[in-house]
Design a protein around this ligand. Structure first.
Ligand SMILES: NC(=O)c1ccc[n+]([C@@H]2O[C@H](COP(=O)([O-])OP(=O)(O)OC[C@H]3O[C@@H](n4cnc5c(N)ncnc54)[C@H](OP(=O)(O)O)[C@@H]3O)[C@@H](O)[C@H]2O)c1
Length: 270
């Protein structure tokens, strides 16, 4: 796999010409992004950030139809272009078809941000096989199916996957989630090689940003001390990192940890 990807990359750089360098940013203006799970929280921040950079945004949602439509209205009111698209990413066929739907709605598709995710509790000694498969379906397989669908079209594109700083440590209370995010990390690296040089594939690994639904700020405060910066991040930090990776023409297969330095500590949560 790696040798073939390297060969394709060398051929492409030879075609570029001797001395030519990838200096300019990949221009997001006028392109279209599909952001999964974009109706709320971090996905919403990413969608707004990309719309602010001149991108059309397809706001994917699962159950949050009202919030998705409200976000589309907000982007349009600010002079941008946006469309809402529903799909249950636990349904493999629906996941595979979503990229095509986005392209039909917006007329083109250049960027995929795999943000949607489930975060249920489970432990490695107790989870049922179905719990593992459910996490893998939504958190890893759906991003892969969407990426494949994007790759089947012609032209350049860029993908950003949302991981979690926990991939380099261990979250005992979310074991199936942990495994699915580790899988998505590996998928990021595999696709970065397979799809080069036409499509760049990178990831952002957030740390303490927002409490899970049902928890409040006290949950985050308890975790503040778990990172060297003794801090809590903001969804806008994640959006900026995603935008950097989308625009960076010489970066692929990379993970940007936006986690106050937590990834350097390793160890287990809980
Ligand atoms: N929050 C944090 O501090 C944090 C920390 C580390 C990593 N992350 C990662 O960053 C990303 C965003 O985090 P977040 O906390 O904003 O995510 P979230 O609120 O837990 O989930 C984002 C969206 O995913 C969608 N989703 C879940 N299952 C789905 C399904 N079966 N089909 C379709 N959509 C589905 C939901 O859309 P609907 O509401 O429309 O159903 C949900 O609003 C995630 O990948 C997460 O793992 C977040």
């Amino acid at each position: 796999m790696e040798v073939e990807a390297l060969r394709r990359r060398r051929t492409a750089s030879a075609e570029r010409g001797v001395g030519e360098r990838l200096t300019a940013s990949w221009n997001l203006q006028g392109r279209v992004a599909l952001v999964t799970g974009a109706a709320k929280r971090i996905g919403r921040a990413i969608a707004l950030d990309l719309a602010g950079r001149g991108m059309g945004v397809v706001v994917h949602y699962g159950g949050s139809a009202d919030e998705a439509r409200e976000l589309v209205r907000e982007i349009e009111a600010a002079g941008g272009r946006a469309w809402a698209a529903q799909a249950d990413l636990a349904d493999r066929q629906a996941a595979a078809e979503l990229a095509g739907t986005a392209r039909e709605l917006a007329g083109r598709l250049d960027v995929l941000v795999n943000n949607a995710s489930m975060f249920p509790k489970s432990t490695v000694l107790d989870f049922e096989p179905e719990e593992l498969f459910a996490n893998v379906d939504v958190n890893a397989l759906a991003p892969l199916l969407l990426s494949r669908a994007l790759a089947r079209q012609q032209g350049e594109a860029a993908i950003v996957n949302l991981l979690d700083t926990r991939i380099v440590s261990y979250d005992r209370e979310h074991a199936a989630y942990h495994l699915s995010k580790r899988m998505l990390h590996t998928i990021t690296r595999m696709l970065a090689l397979e799809l080069a040089p036409r499509i760049r594939v990178n990831a952002v690994a957030p740390g303490v940003i927002l409490p899970p639904p049902g928890k409040d700020e006290a949950y985050l405060e308890e975790l503040r001390h778990t990172n060297p910066l003794n801090s809590i991040g903001d969804p806008a930090d994640i959006a900026r990192a995603a935008a950097y990776l989308l625009e960076a023409p010489f970066v692929t297969g990379q993970v940007v940890y936006v986690d106050g330095g937590r990834h350097m500590l390793g160890g287990a949560y809980a």
